[in-house]
Design a protein around this ligand. Sequence first.
Ligand code: NAD
Ligand code: ZN
Length: 532
Amino acid sequence: MYSISVSSELTTTGSFCKPPISLHRFSFPFLRYPFANIPKRSPATAIHARKRDPRSQPVLKPSIVEDVSMGDEEDDEEEQLLFDDSKDDASIEEDDYVKDEYVEAEKTELYVGDGAGGGGIESSPSTILSPHSLHGAERITEAINKPSSTMSTAGQVIRCKAAVAWEAGKPLVIEEVEVAPPQRNEVRVKILYTSLCHTDVYFWEAKGQNPLFPRILGHEAGGIVESVGEGVTDLQPGDHVLPIFTGECKECPHCKSEESNMCDLLRINTDRGSMINDGKSRFSIDGQPIHHFLGTSTFSEYTVVHVGQVAKINPAAPLDKVCVLSCGISTGFGATVNVAKPKKGHSVAIFGLGAVGLAAAEGARFSGASRIIGVDLNASRFEEAKKFGVTEFVNPKDHDKPVQQVIAEMTNGGVDRSVECTGSIQAMISAFECVHDGWGVAVLVGVPSRDDSFKTSPVNFLNERTLKGTFFGNYKPRTDIPKVVEQYMNKGLELEKLEMFITHSVPFSEINKAFEYMLSGQGLRCIIRMEH
Ligand code: NAD
Ligand code: ZN
């Protein structure tokens, strides 16, 4: 007999989903023959299994043990080998777990989380998940997918797959995670589609950002509410939603202001790895908390999000397409139409022709701009950009003078508006210095490195140039995004254009390919299908 581990932290927030069937019989083939569609851990991708340490095993509350006991005493030789508790019955103290201890080795003793006081297995590098419960998670998921099912997962911990970033720059590993129920003002969302934005890549690389690992990244997604926590009144299970990386509490001065989307409570916070309710994570693996990212962590089949970061949308909207409205496309489009506000006939320079920049270009076309100048270091972007209304191209690499000077010469003194969508500090400075004096407005969108600082002559301001910046295109996530989705549905913003941003699609098991596409500058958005 064995039991499923649970962190003591999690047991305070909910109880386990009782697996509908005895799991362990099904788990051994999985252990030996990992799912073909789950990438193998290889030495190159690093194995990060918590070193088994008796102290690291969280205590199972008796009721939970009862809940998850398999009851089948079948004396399988292999089972004995894998789940032999007798070797290790060290005393365990509640809450006493090793947080940050990983081993990186070809052969790792993988903690399987036997809460009853033992249970290490010898695992080969190809062993991806704890063997005992994936099938349970899948069955739970299946049950949720069947409307006729009477099974409810509300209030229970769900085990599901998530792509975990264990270390900076190392491929994500599909792991089985435990997702605690939503607490007060939180909702748990079943993610159906998610996509990769460059912001995820920065925090995964952690070159110019604070490293926070292990972490579940992801913030551009669409899904369905699975359950809601206490106090949530405007969302219910079954609602179609877009989780958004910045929130709207609807009560603070920012939310009440027509001008701001910088909610006091829920504005973007890249360094927070937990939920604001209690400062804890809703994700764990064998009791070890896994950090959240931007309050969304959409690279998981299930995630918990504050209700203020969830936009409820028309259920008829295709989630595999409108998911990109939850970050990149709304950000770029909004940066132009809501912040730069070009007038009909204006010239607009767009720095960076990725999805965000091309959405900004689309905003310029939508506003009636007569010239849209695309600036990118990657010349392969130019062909694609023509489809989004970009009329001229400048590659800074082709010139031996600063790109702002090139643009000023092209436009008789500077563009009327510019929108920077690169994350490069140099491009930010150029985007500001290329706008026309007297009326030019530059808008920064790219996420800079932690230590960047902006340097320009104050005379550029005295000469009446304006510099602005924005998160999420100044949209209020809950109030505005449902309307933006409606606009797309009513063809006001051309749904076909939305599809043009989606250049790749991969199953969840191949999520690392999405990173490769972005790092090599291929395509715009890669949709990751969660394949429930
Ligand atoms: P992307 O990688 O798809 O596109 C960025 C483009 O910028 C690439 O084509 C790249 O070649 C180009 N580029 C990089 N450095 C350049 C330079 N110095 N000059 C000219 N071009 C340059 O990324 P994306 O997903 O479109 O995101 C773009 C930026 O927007 C990122 O910095 C991202 O973090 C940021 N972002 C900000 C917000 C926000 O709310 N402010 C939201 C989403 C994304
Ligand atoms: Zn983003």
